[in-house]
Design a protein around this ligand. Structure first.
Ligand code: C5P
Length: 206
């Protein structure tokens, strides 16, 4: 069984995807970490994020496991990832890795922006997770605060809104629900409720 979980930044898609993987004993890939690793590599080496050729080279060798977790999950890395991920050459460079993961024997759960539309259009279950910008900003601010990186709520809201716009309006694999995706709005759901609902959707459609 292949489960595709796409959605907006800080919508709870990671939480939901991890819980599905655990419940159905499937391997899990957070594809956002691949784009974050490319971004961190470029930032560390002082390479201009708008340089598509250099970004594709970085994508060919980027290894999320080799980068410190806090750096990978930082706000700066998320912002930069959103910029490099708009380059078609970067998306192409990361495509095979993600497809191989999706198509491994026994199935997989992947979360990202284009899993149901580009990476695994043949997925057995597609979820599109979203929540209001205010709620997502609140959650992300709490996460960053817990990681010792406090942020202003208003700033976080503006960041997320800009990221949504960039992810949804890019020409290459824009963020949009697959036609056959089930929408899950977690704005008014707790973590446990979101997980329970997602698992029910997989059970009903898988
Ligand atoms: O999900 P996360 O916030 O870690 O992703 C960081 C950025 O990477 C996103 O804003 C998006 O621009 C990009 N991304 C993407 N396609 C994916 C996963 C992430 O374009 N499959």
């Amino acid at each position: 069984m292949i489960v595709a979980v796409d959605g907006h930044a800080a919508s709870g898609k990671g939480t939901v995807a991890k819980a599905i993987a655990q419940r159905f004993d499937l391997p899990y890939l957070d594809t956002g970490l691949l784009y974050r690793a490319v971004a961190v590599k470029m930032l560390t080496e002082g390479i201009d994020l708008s340089d598509e050729k250099a970004a594709a080279l970085a994508a060919a060798t980027a290894e999320p496991g080799a980068i410190e977790e806090a750096r990978l999950r930082s706000r700066e890395a998320g912002e930069a990832a959103s910029i490099v991920s708009a380059h078609p050459a970067v998306r192409r460079a990361l495509l095979d890795r993600q497809r191989r993961f999706a198509d491994q024997a026994g199935g997989a759960v992947l979360d990202g922006r284009d899993i149901g539309t580009v990476i695994a259009p043949h997925a057995d279950v597609k979820l599109f997770v979203t929540a209001s910008v205010a709620e997502r900003a609140r959650r992300r601010a709490l996460e960053l605060e817990a990681a010792g990186q406090p942020v202003h709520l208003a700033e976080m809201e503006a960041d997320l809104a800009a990221r949504d716009r960039r992810d949804s309006s890019r020409a290459s694999a824009p963020l949009k629900p697959a036609e056959d995706a089930v929408l899950l709005d977690t704005s008014h759901l707790s973590r446990e409720e979101s997980v329970a609902k997602a698992i029910r959707i997989v059970e009903e459609s898988g």
